[in-house]
Design a protein around this ligand. Structure first.
Ligand SMILES: [Zn+2]
Ligand SMILES: [Zn+2]
Ligand SMILES: [Zn+2]
Length: 624
């Protein structure tokens, strides 16, 4: 079909999130927007000779998901080079993937595992050791990023980078050394993540043609998960306009399959103000169109404001000079009516930001939205201050990955409202959901929806009491219409109603009724962006647009099922009779908490679906 053809989806269970008509059976899409929506008989009566008609066979349809804080543009440039451990159920599997990828990676390329995983997702519930990484990859450089906390490098990577006994520690970072003074391969953010990122950027980059291909494959992975929009929070090394060439080119070639609103991230410490002065002369909020548009400043406005969320380390205080650097930047943005967003993990940091914002607002009242990003420990008082200034909070599932560390350091009680999403909603604050992928958390939105609706981490630790969790419909609303506010598009997307963008996902199972543990196994079987089918699987595979294979040809994307390719794994019979079950019942000692996760994580072990890749046993605790 072409995007010009009318499209009818019927015989479905459509959650519209439109209060005027919350449920529907059928939808007519014309010229990229919802032309009509309602009961089957009414919509089918509007089918013409040229209309493409798709039977939903009772499936659940939702407005397309919108990740309001992610780093898609940078992530896309690197996706084809990265080995992703998202949703991998055991460390044994993760290490096997590492070994196989090392074998297929040609010199001088590296194997990179750049975030998106937590040791608590593994049945073994532990990190890989440096010995294991060196054994898996004796020759090929390996860089493994774990949250914002540490990186594990094998010997080949240390050699490639020239890190040896004489290499000094960078400020705020530690190169761990053994008793002989030699670096072990462990790099620690103590607390600055600079050591991790500056090391990562020393690896080879992909040529631009591969970056284009890589971005397409990454967007396809988003579409597989039901994502149709994201807001990109910029990133270190993601400089405007140079590092936006690839995404612009894809846009010009009509190859974007995710709508992107992007923020401009100050790049160089000490030059933040001049970055924004320059960008103010080059572009403006809303520049672009509905597929790719500029969304203002952030999430870094000034480096001195960064408080990295590494819960293995004590809370860092931004430098005393922070206010004097932040204030002129916020003033300039406010005067020019630029929306802005700012990274802030802790209430103490947010408190200081708000004092600056209130001062600026007194002189140059904010005419547009601003966004506090993350806000894990924000206090009720500061939620009120955000609201009074007309701001919103973009929440991500980072606690699903490191809630265990937070609870260890600050106690289970403190973790109960971290972040206080229910409180934000009670106070009627704009709230959007997202991931903060790809370096810390997984890009998988279903992990986030699972986390907020069950209150559990990826490792199964119950963080939140019932009152702090959200019902499924509310969580979904935040992930769609809620996020749309963060790019100023709440009037055109996030619900399925007449005139709204035809962005939707047909789900692999019914989000609203599946058992809670199955929420994070969901994916899309049909994804539509602006009336165009961008992804189809299973019954809808015939509609799936053709994609070139991932390049370069050694990419893990070609060799391994992606973290979202799990529909083949949705087989309840594979989820019990696990070795772990018996082993743990008899006191395996490796599994501290509830580790139901190890049994319910999707395991594609069916013979006809990329067999034996994950191994038949998600938990190998029995072998320990
Ligand atoms: Zn951030
Ligand atoms: Zn971020
Ligand atoms: Zn066990």
């Amino acid at each position: 079909m072409t995007s010009r053809q009318d499209l009818i989806l019927h015989n479905g269970r459509i959650t519209t999130l439109d209060p005027g008509q919350p449920d529907a059976q059928a939808i007519l899409i014309r010229e990229g927007v919802v032309d009509d929506i309602g009961i089957d008989a009414d919509i089918m009566a509007r089918a013409g000779d040229e209309t493409v008609v798709i039977d939903l066979a009772g499936r659940r349809v939702i407005p397309g998901l919108n990740d309001s804080h992610t780093h898609l543009i940078r992530g896309g440039l690197n996706y084809n080079m990265e080995l992703r451990w998202e949703n991998v159920p055991s460390l044994a599997d993760a290490l096997r993937m590492l070994r196989e990828q090392a074998d297929r990676t040609p010199a001088p390329q590296w194997v990179r595992v750049v975030g998106g995983w937590s040791e608590f997702q593994f049945a073994e519930r532990r990190m890989p050791t440096l010995e294991e990484i060196n054994a898996a990859a004796p020759e090929t450089p390996v860089f493994i990023l774990h949250l914002y906390g540490r990186a594990l490098l094998n010997g080949a990577a240390l050699r490639a980078l020239g890190i040896d006994r004489d290499t000094p520690n960078p400020p705020g970072g530690t190169i761990e050394r053994g008793p002989n003074g030699e670096p072990t391969g462990l790099l620690l953010a103590t607390p600055s993540a600079f050591i991790l990122y500056s090391t990562l950027t020393q690896g080879p980059r992909l040529p631009v043609e591969d970056q284009i291909n890589s971005t397409r494959h990454y967007m396809r992975e988003m579409n597989r998960l039901g994502i149709t929009s994201v807001i990109d929070a910029g990133g270190g090394g993601q400089n405007f306009p140079d590092d936006y060439d690839v995404i612009q080119r894809l846009h010009e070639d009509d190859q974007l399959t995710v709508r992107i609103a992007y923020n401009l991230f100050a790049q160089t410490p000490g030059e933040e103000l001049s970055d924004y002065e320059r960008w103010l002369g080059m572009t403006e909020p809303g520049a672009g169109d509905a597929m790719l548009r500029m969304n203002g400043a952030g999430e870094n406005l000034t480096w001195s404001a960064a408080d990295f969320e590494n819960f293995l380390e004590p809370r860092p205080d931004p430098a005393p000079t922070m206010e004097s650097e932040l204030e002129p930047i916020v003033e300039m943005l406010a005067t020019n009516a630029w929306p802005f967003r700012i990274h802030a993990t802790y209430d103490e940091t947010i408190d200081r930001f708000l004092t600056v914002f209130e001062r600026v607002n007194g002189r140059s009242p904010f005419e547009t939205r601003f966004i506090i990003d993350h806000a894990e420990t924000i206090s009720p008082r500061n939620i009120e201050r955000v609201k009074a200034l007309g701001g919103g909070i973009a929440v991500q599932h980072r606690m699903a990955f490191q809630g265990e560390y937070f609870a260890d350091r600050y106690g289970a009680r403190a973790a109960e409202a971290t972040p206080p999403v229910a409180r934000m909603l009670d106070m009627d604050l704009p709230v959007g959901l997202g991931t903060d992928a790809t370096r810390v958390a997984s890009y998988d939105p279903w992990v986030g929806l699972y986390w907020l609706t069950t209150g559990r981490t990826l490792g199964g630790l119950r963080l939140y009491p019932e009152a702090q969790t959200l019902d499924r419909q509310t969580a979904l609303r935040l992930y769609t219409h809620g996020s749309a506010w963060f790019s100023g598009e709440q009037d055109v997307k996030g619900t399925l109603a007449r005139g709204q963008y035809a962005d939707l996902a047909v789900l692999s199972a019914d989000y609203l009724s599946v058992p809670a543990e199955e929420i994070r196994q969901l994916s899309s079987v049909l994804t539509i962006v602006g009336g165009k089918i961008v992804y189809g699987a299973g019954d809808y595979a015939d509609f799936d647009p053709q994609m070139p294979p991932a390049s370069p040809d050694w990419s893990p994307v070609n060799a391994l099922p992606s973290p979202a390719e799990r529909t083949a794994a949705l087989q309840p019979e594979t989820q019990f009779a696990r070795a772990c079950h018996d082993g743990c019942a008899n006191g395996c000692g490796l599994h501290g908490h509830d580790h139901q996760i190890a049994w319910t994580t999707p395991l594609p072990i069916r013979e006809d679906a990329k067999t034996s890749f994950w191994g038949a046993l998600g938990c190998s605790c029995f072998a320990a």
